[in-house]
Design a binder for this molecule. Structure first.
Ligand code: OAD
Length: 231
């Protein structure tokens, strides 16, 4: 049996990392167009680096919560296959012990040269003037997928989705495509679907079942159920 799990900012909310679209979310404090688009980066790279340097610092100070830990337990103890596809750019799944984690929107730990595409480990504080270790261009950007760019690993993710037995979405508002469309892809392929979120997401009606509450309650309870059924 194969379980594919999509996670979003809601799973890291209880670790103290802000979500994007809740009342005090990041997109109520920052202009998405200025900090999360290639055009915004071209206009003001310093502002974009300041935004992601702050996210990186928050991430370093945060710890995985019970939801991350429960998913790591699922991967360790489940007899089948467990894959996490995350929209999050933090590394809390990995720090909780999950190994099969795909970052479809990139990763705060990565730096990317906008000139030649070379990737390397991001320092804690990045500036646009940092030279690329490969080509030397001073066009360093965070290795984050911005609006208008293609998320990573899409072919692999779609293949994993249609060959899964269960698709579970955790802590995501269903606002941003292509991730918001994964439930439809899974359902059309006959895969069972479950949403675990604080509130009904924008695509909640597409799931076979939905549960509402805090990720730190819902996820450990669901993992315990799956592991109990598998015995
Ligand atoms: P959002 O901020 O859009 O949605 C977070 C969801 O988590 C909301 O539906 C909340 O109700 C829910 N939530 C909040 N706290 C929760 C908790 N403790 N337990 C469970 N659920 C909780 O974040 P995403 O859906 O991840 O992309 O956003 C998707 C993408 O939009 C992000 O990857 C980012 C953003 O713009 C880019 O920057 C490219």
């Amino acid at each position: 049996m194969k379980i594919v799990i999509l996670t979003g900012a809601g799973i890291s909310a209880e670790s103290g990392l802000g979500t994007f679209r809740d009342v005090d979310g990041l997109w109520t404090q920052y202009d998405l167009e200025e900090v999360a688009t290639p055009e915004g980066f071209a206009r003001n790279p310093a502002l974009v680096h300041e935004f992601y340097n702050a996210r990186r610092a928050n991430c370093l100070n945060a710890a995985p919560n019970a939801a991350h830990t429960a998913l790591a337990r699922l991967e360790r103890e489940f007899a089948g296959e467990v894959l996490i596809v995350t929209q999050n750019v933090d590394d809390l799944h990995e720090r909780a012990g999950s190994r099969a984690v795909w970052h479809m929107h990139g990763d705060l730990a990565g730096a990317l040269c906008a000139a030649c595409g070379f990737r390397w480990d991001a320092p804690k504080v990045m500036t646009a003037g940092d030279p690329c270790p490969d080509c030397g261009a001073a066009m360093t950007r965070p290795d984050i997928v911005w609006f208008g760019e293609m998320p990573y690993l899409m072919d692999e993710i779609l293949a994993a989705l249609v060959s899964a037995d269960l698709f579970v979405s955790i802590g995501t508002s269903g606002n941003v495509y292509p991730a918001a469309g994964f439930v439809e892809v899974a359902a059309q392929a006959g895969v069972a679907t479950l949403e675990l979120n604080l509130e009904a997401s924008d695509v909640a009606s597409g799931f076979d079942a939905t549960r509402q509450g805090m990720a730190s309650d819902l996820v450990p309870a669901w993992v315990a159920e799956v592991l109990a059924q598998a015995v």
